[in-house]
Write a protein that binds this ligand. Structure first.
Ligand code: ARG
Length: 547
């Protein structure tokens, strides 16, 4: 058997060789039905106009699965019940012990994957949208790297735009040393500059001239702008450290890096007849879309959309990406659908090149409305993390926040409920950490007494089998997250595994049992610890040895 770790996939292949269609194996609804069930005979019966049980009997007779399964059974109107042989399941678990890294299969077709995530804005506090993007993008980066893909993280920070004219001008007016600012004081400066811009016409004019100076590379202006970025970067990095995500300065690829490419984007789109002048602006009408995408504003300036067009071109053309994933809140779905459509029209996306926007919902307050502070401001990342740390130690608080973010399907809004999130019971990050710590504790005790693993040699109890079956599915689930980009599937899987582990403890004493049963159960524990640790790592959650 070459493909031990993906039993369901292997079984599917074997059945399909007989049925010609996907047998759609489903986990059995009751242990007495075995491990999987298939209703393929009922589906084929309709098409062939024969009794389903007769078809089921034929499949059972012809399917070449004796090396994997106990004799197959036909049940009820024509269901096929499939029970894996316990030596096969035991072999899978032993395989995890022998070669823990092989639980995640290396991709046969490693790709270069750009992931655009986090992307906070300079001189603005990181908000909950940036928090979600950071956590979700970090999970994708870990999953894809684990499969052997080359992940190119692109932190598309907001470090360019007309607001910098206003910021630099305010610094000069106030005579501040830009290097002495930090993220908080630059946020306060932003507010003063905005107020000043609204109330003082002369200042507004100076700010507009300052934008031109910035764009044309005026040295003093550029120096202050660079300082503002440094200050914010330090703030972002502090947040990344606190969150324990993999982003570094090497991943910074802010809006400003595309500045020199924008005119070329506009020119090429016009020359190709894709972009047209409409009321003084250069726009693209995307078929099937009422609103045009604005490439160049009527005042000659370029905005957010032009920058994203240049970014697509750069990512496929220069970074040589096969796949680009954008982890940005759902309100920007329309923006990305337009940018992607125009990029394809322009021929910047190679054939087979993938562009995906992974949107996500909002974080809601306890009242079920958009999460706001008492004085109505948007909640910053630090405030959120503080709320979780008020009720739990940092490592647990981070697990709680991340898991809450990743465990509901991304497009849904979720309520930030710190007390529920940090609970060590229920479907939470700390529950999984606890499961890992508990199994580590058992292995620590056994190690102290000395034991040698012979792999899994006894696997008779249904609770052992259920756990082993779950362990055998890990690679498949990781694969599913890598392709479908739905982290909650990994969360659900890990929660099911932790739950099966706790049932296993109840039904099958480990340290108190003896001889071969004991070493075999310890081996199951060790393999489960490996899967939990790797799974938590992929979610960006620390797997503690003790808790
Ligand atoms: N800075 C933007 C924001 O805070 C997110 C940027 C997302 N990435 C992109 N390529 N547009 O909303």
């Amino acid at each position: 058997m070459d493909h031990v770790l993906s039993l369901p996939a292997l079984l599917t292949d074997r059945f399909q060789a007989v049925t010609g269609v996907d047998p759609e194996l489903r986990p059995a609804t009751k242990p007495q039905f075995g491990h999987f069930q298939s209703n393929v005979a009922l589906r084929l019966a309709k098409a062939e106009g024969k009794p389903p049980r007769e078809i089921a009997q034929r499949i059972v007779a012809e399917a070449d699965v004796a090396d994997l399964c106990e004799p197959l059974e036909v049940a009820g109107p024509g269901f096929i019940n499939i029970r894996l042989r316990s030596d096969v399941l035991a072999g899978v678990v032993t395989g995890i012990l022998r070669d823990p890294d092989a639980v995640i299969e290396q991709s046969a077709d490693p790709q270069r994957v750009v992931i655009d995530y986090s992307a906070p804005n300079v001189a603005k506090p990181m908000h909950v949208g940036n928090l979600r993007s950071t956590i979700i993008g970090d999970c994708f980066a870990r999953v894809l790297r684990a499969q052997g893909h080359t992940v190119i993280a692109q932190n598309h920070i907001g470090d360019w735009g007309t607001q910098f004219g206003m910021l630099v001008e305010q610094i000069l007016v106030e005579g501040i040393d830009a290097d002495s600012l930090d993220l908080d004081s630059s946020v306060a400066l932003y507010r003063r500059a905005q107020e000043h811009f609204r109330s003082d016409e002369a200042f507004a004019d100076a700010a507009r001239r300052r934008v031109v100076a910035l764009q044309s590379g005026d040295e003093q202006t550029r120096a202050i702008w660079r300082s503002l970025i440094e200050v914010s970067k330090a703030g972002f990095n502090a947040a990344y450290r606190r969150l324990g995500v993999l982003l570094t300065d090497d991943d910074l690829a802010g809006e400003s890096i595309y500045n020199d490419l924008l005119a070329g984007v506009a020119d090429d789109l016009s020359a190709a007849g894709i972009a047209v002048v409409d009321q003084g602006a250069l726009v693209v009408f995307v078929p099937g879309d009422d609103a045009p995408l604005i490439v160049r504003k009527s005042d000659g300036g370029y905005g957010y959309a032009a920058t994203d067009l240049a970014a697509v071109r750069y990512r496929f053309g220069t970074l040589d990406a096969d796949r680009c994933i954008y982890v940005v809140g759902s309100p920007q779905a329309h923006h990305f659908s337009q940018v992607f459509a125009v990029s394809r029209m322009a021929g910047w996306v190679p054939s087979g090149g993938v562009l995906e926007h992974v949107g996500f919902g909002s974080v809601l307050g306890p009242d079920g409305k958009m999460f706001k502070t008492r004085d109505g401001k948007t909640v910053t990342l630090d405030t959120l993390l503080d709320l979780a740390e008020d009720v739990a130690a940092p490592e647990i608080a981070m697990a709680a926040v991340k898991y809450a973010d990743l465990s509901t399907s991304l497009h849904k809004d979720y309520v930030f409920d710190a007390d529920r999130m940090v609970a060590t019971t229920g479907n939470t990050g700390p529950y999984l950490q606890y499961a890992h710590a508990r199994v580590s504790g058992i292995l620590r005790k056994a190690d102290a007494e000395g034991w040698a693993s012979d792999g899994v040699t006894v696997l008779d109890d249904p609770a052992e089998q259920a756990l082993a079956l779950l362990l055998s599915r890990f690679g498949e689930i990781v694969d599913e997250v890598a392709s479908g980009l739905q982290p909650h599937k990994l969360c659900t899987y890990l929660f099911d595994t932790a739950t099966a582990l706790s049932t296993f403890y109840e039904q099958c004493p480990v340290l108190k049992s003896e001889g071969e049963v004991r070493t075999s159960r310890l081996a199951i524990c060790a393999a489960t610890r490996t899967v939990l640790a790797k799974g938590l790592y992929l979610l960006g959650i620390v797997a503690p040895e003790r808790m």
